[in-house]
Design a protein around this ligand. Structure first.
Ligand SMILES: [Zn+2]
Length: 590
């Protein structure tokens, strides 16, 4: 009676039938195989296991259960896949599953109680410095209360004791992201995740507190200035915007949302009367966040710091938000300040500046002209390259010519030459390097070889004797020599997981790998282990390992070549014959 609808569906449907509804499967021993529908290939590396009811591609690394398959295949969200498969299975979906509901409620209650605890700490003796800091940043008592800002003691078990005394189980508090667990000498021990930090509770769009950001009060070795709650069943950083629950009404009223960098910006703006600001704390703006904003307004103003990092974040934000169809404009805060600092020293003046936000293209012009001199030849080339790329993206021809005209005036050249340059940009590989990162993955940034590399590790875990063989092969040397390039293709954490795997194997304990892994490693390892469990006897492991290594090697070499081509082009443009020669030689050696 109490099973989840997804479990009920899984018990009624067979993954082989579900997938066969989309693509043709061939039997291969105990499992089924076919050419992968998610990447280009000639020989099948896409496997479906009826026993485990999962699918897996050893070529691109995609895998999961029937829900993940339908989601991937149809490009839809889980709930929608649930609906499709519920229909096939004849399962009626109830509105909210009571089991999920109770866990969610408990986790939210834990967060609310924690927020109360942190808030109370702020007014205790030990919280004095934290309170002083907030006052120094200009926040009033009312604002602190409005945003429920608090303080976490410099203690390992302050929150732990408070919440367990209230009757919450440590496992649930950990699940809410507030405790960290250590497993030293086989005994579970819990610690407070946030210590000696100013605590900003984060609410979802409905106003439930679901997570926290902690800013350190005193600088600490090996700890970031900001620490966020980890991903939990109620907190998904990529889908939450700080301040939205308060700002949403005002976003509608003002007709636009103001996107700022951090919590302090949102709060300071609020105190200064600007109540439509939100922050994408600690992440680049995601598509989910943009979709959320779009519910309230289709206009977005971005006000980030004007340093290099802020400039990059701004440009990425522009790409994501315009990609979702928002009208984006840029706010330039005077003196290179962030909104929090600005309103602190110029009370009530931000509103006027917000009204003078500039169109995206204006912003691109301004940043390009600030970087390069439009009077010398080199500067002219750089400016036109940067701007033409963005002008090219404009759909409306009248608008496009408006900016081309303006660029021609600045560079003292003719529009028709710019047009020619712009037209040739499509085929020019150089464009790829200067184009800002347009596609941003929602929750994690996948790099192109993450899948293959994950598969490689899965094969090595399945048959650890192959790791010894690999250790002696030139692949290891190759990877070591090209470490820097490989970061462009493979997630750094995966690469370090690989080193960890090798270390375990060296002391003959590859089977112990899960026990020895820390939390980050475990979260990366789980999919690898799942993949390795899927490898059955019909798969030629030697062949597959070879395939993976070859693919990684080829891609690294390709990227190396690309980088050199780029450097050569740059050196040529500068007229640096010596460098050109040097890079050409390097290119020949590859
Ligand atoms: Zn694939």
């Amino acid at each position: 009676m109490d099973t989840l609808p997804s479990e009920e569906i899984k018990s009624r449907l067979d993954i082989v039938d579900v997938i066969s509804g989309y693509i043709k499967l061939q039997r291969a021993g105990g499992s089924f195989k076919t050419v992968c529908p998610f990447h280009n290939e000639n020989s099948p590396s896409f496997f479906v296991s009826p026993d485990k009811q999962i699918f897996n591609c050893f070529g691109c690394g995609k895998g999961g259960d029937m829900f993940s398959f339908v989601m991937e295949m149809e490009g839809i969200e889980f709930v929608d896949a649930l609906r499709i498969l519920a229909k096939q299975a004849g399962v009626e979906l109830k509105r909210v599953d009571p089991k999920i509901q109770t866990e969610r409620t408990t986790l939210q209650e834990i967060c609310v109680d924690a927020a109360r605890y942190f808030f109370k700490n702020l007014y205790s003796d030990a919280g004095k410095n934290a309170l002083k800091y907030l006052e120094k940043r200009g926040l009033t008592k009312e604002t602190i209360e409005e945003f429920k800002i608090g303080y976490s003691f410099e203690s390992w078990d302050g929150l732990y004791n408070f919440l367990t005394l209230k009757g919450y189980k440590p496992e649930m508090i950990e699940k809410a992201g507030l405790l960290v667990v250590s497993n030293k000498s086989g005994k579970k021990k819990y610690f407070d995740r946030f210590r000696d930090r100013i605590m900003f509770p984060i609410s979802d769009a409905n106003g439930y507190i679901v997570g926290f950001t902690g800013r350190y009060l005193t600088k600490k070795e090996n700890e970031g200035k900001y620490v966020n709650s980890p991903q939990t069943p109620v907190f998904d950083k990529s889908k939450i915007l700080y301040g939205l629950e308060k700002a949403k009404v005002n976003i509608k009223k003002e007709g636009y949302a103001l996107l700022v960098e951090g919590q302090m910006d949102v709060i300071s703006c609020w105190q200064d009367g600007i109540k439509n600001a939100v922050a994408s704390s600690g992440t680049a703006l995601t598509q989910s966040q943009t979709k959320l904003l779009k519910r309230y307004s289709s206009n977005l103003k971005i006000a980030f710091d004007m340093d290099d990092a802020g400039d990059m974040a701004t440009k990425r934000g522009i790409d994501v938000a315009s990609g979702e169809g928002l009208n984006v404009s840029i706010v330039r805060i005077p003196d290179g300040k962030d909104p929090a600092d600005f309103v602190f020293s110029h009370k009530g003046e931000l509103k006027e500046i917000l009204e003078k936000s500039m169109p995206i293209m204006e912003y691109y012009f301004e940043t390009a002209l600030a970087k390069h001199d439009p009077k010398d030849l080199d500067g002219k080339k750089k400016i036109s390259e940067e701007l033409l790329l963005n002008i090219k993206k404009i759909q409306n021809k009248v608008e496009m010519y408006h900016w081309l005209d303006r660029l021609a005036q600045i560079l003292n050249t003719d529009v028709k030459y710019l047009e020619e340059d712009m037209a040739s940009m499509k085929s020019d590989a150089y464009a790829k390097y200067t184009q800002p990162n347009i596609q941003i993955q929602e929750t994690k940034t996948l790099k192109s070889n993450d899948g293959v590399f994950t598969s490689l590790m899965a094969f090595l875990i399945k048959d650890s004797s192959k790791l010894a063989v690999l250790e002696d092969s030139d692949f290891m040397d190759f990877l070591e020599e090209n470490k820097k390039v490989s970061y462009g293709l493979i997630n750094e954490n995966l690469l370090s997981l690989f080193d960890f795997l090798r270390k375990c194997a060296k002391i003959g304990q590859i089977s112990e790998i899960l026990k020895k892994a820390d939390e980050t490693q475990k979260s990366l390892l789980n999919p690898v282990i799942l993949q390795s469990e899927m490898i059955d006897d019909s798969i030629d492991i030697d062949f597959q390992i070879n395939f993976c290594c070859k693919k990684i090697k080829e891609d690294i070499l390709r990227l190396k070549r690309k980088n050199l081509h780029f450097k050569i082009k740059e050196a040529e443009e500068k007229g640096d014959a010596e460098a050109t020669d040097k890079y050409l030689k390097e290119l020949k050696q590859i």
